[in-house]
Design a protein around this ligand. Structure first.
Ligand SMILES: [Zn+2]
Length: 152
């Protein structure tokens, strides 16, 4: 499974779905009908006609992401903080003044003290530019991605 890779692509802002089906024909059909690029470890599946597919061979996350970036150079919409790594939802940027009480209660106080901007997902997850965020940016620059923040 390429779940970890999928999550990292979402961190980079790329729209990634993980089909909840096992059958190759079903997976193929999802890629075909939605016009999505199929990332797979399966050689046979990656060679089928009618879809854009990339066979991922490496077990290392960095190598996987580098392969993706090389194969789909110039892919648009890459932006750290625009998409939820867990559910693929588009994140809403919310300033601290616009946080509702319920959301504010779910954020640790020291985080509220040090951040003025939050990234809220429809699934309920809230992200902010903390140490984890910085580590992600370091990782992204190591694979050649310049992290960008959503401007809205
Ligand atoms: Zn989410």
């Amino acid at each position: 499974m390429l779940i970890k890779m999928a999550r990292w692509l979402r961190i980079m802002g790329i729209d990634v779905i993980v089909p909840q089906v096992e059958d190759d024909d079903q997976i193929f059909e999802i890629a075909r009908s939605t016009g999505r690029i199929l990332l797979t470890r399966d050689k046979e599946l990656s060679l089928r006609r009618g879809i854009k597919a990339e066979r991922i061979i490496s077990d290392t996350l960095k190598a996987q992401l580098r392969q993706f970036l090389l194969a789909f150079e110039g892919i648009e919409g890459m932006m750290h903080g625009s998409r939820c790594p867990l559910c693929n939802g588009v994140l809403n940027v919310v300033s601290i003044d616009d946080l509702d009480t319920e959301m504010a209660h779910r954020i640790p106080e020291r985080v509220l003290d040090h951040n003025s901007r939050f990234y809220v997902c429809q699934c309920g997850k809230i992200y902010w530019e903390g140490t984890h965020w910085s580590r992600i940016n370091v990782f992204l620059s190591e694979i050649g991605v310049t992290p960008e923040l959503p401007s809205h």
